[in-house]
Design a protein around this ligand. Sequence first.
Ligand code: NAI
Length: 338
Amino acid sequence: MLARTALRTSLRAPARAFSSSSARQTKVAVLGAGGGIGQPLSLLLKLDPHVTELSLYDIRGAPGVAADVSHVDTDSKVKGFAADQLDAALEGVEVVVIPAGVPRKPGMTRDDLFNTNASIVRDLAAAVARVAPNAHLAIISNPVNSTVPIVAQTLAKAGVFDPRRLFGITMLDVVRSARFLSEITNADPKETTVTVVGGHSGATIVPLLSQSPFGKNITGEAYNQLIHRIQFGGDEVVKAKDGAGSATLSMAYAGARFTNALLRGLAGEKGVVIPTYVRSPLFEDQGVEYFSSNVELGPNGVEQILPLGPLSAAEEKLLAACLPDLKKNIEKGKAFVA
Ligand code: NAI
């Protein structure tokens, strides 16, 4: 396992100058805004002072969601777009968040969603490539491990792929880790942040508990249980919703947090670091081209992909289990577009 040393990657690029972040116009689109995630995510983005305009698109229901959210008394403008108005929804957009697609039902893995969601994500990415080729794209639609490579290949086919501007949102795993760790340590979740690396499904989710002052002392059965709960936390929600879908509210929260970090980076704020699934050199030597790790965001999107840091023996094992699965998921996504 090489590639753990500092990677000041070639992704670095000169910063774009802004007079001030408050003067910045940032138009954000949500594709899939009528869904279980899309609706609360749209509301949370309406509350984000970095968003000046919100463009809500879905094949059903987005104009209604937009009319509703538009009454919230924050400064941004909101517009809804119907099924045949995708191009109009993407005009002038700087950030596109995609929660479009079907969610899991009990007994399904995220990979079971591939057949339906792969084409949805590909077609939306093709529209972004055509109308807003410089936009930053944040993908929520599952299986994230595969949908991000699908979007990358689609953008590359159109000649507009820039790895600094494509992100898979793995933030929910980070949110869950902090919460679950806080529950067993009785600490405030603000103190129990955990870096989570790898991908976004089952064994590809690798929480680095040894790097947390609260997590490093958890061992034995308690450790195994916590890792399992973080890796399969989504199943708790799928089971409790009993056929009505998967995580929507906690995901909207995680998606809004990620989008806020991206917007702060774009506005020139320094030191914005967040885990996200990107085209990454970290395990490229093992054929794994996409990987989630802490990433520093800046005016051009990805500024720097941070190294994983020291891993415990248990985490080395989790990582060894993650990489082959992740590689398969990535290859499946790439093959779909090829
Ligand atoms: P949902 O079924 O409630 O909403 C999906 C929305 O996408 C619907 O409103 C539907 O009309 C819309 N849609 C379908 N095809 C579309 C298209 N071509 N263009 C625009 N909109 C389209 O599903 P939910 O619960 O909101 O989940 C959405 C996705 O997010 C699922 O794939 C789910 O697995 C994923 N997810 C990802 C998480 C993550 O951590 N990244 C966590 C939880 C869910």
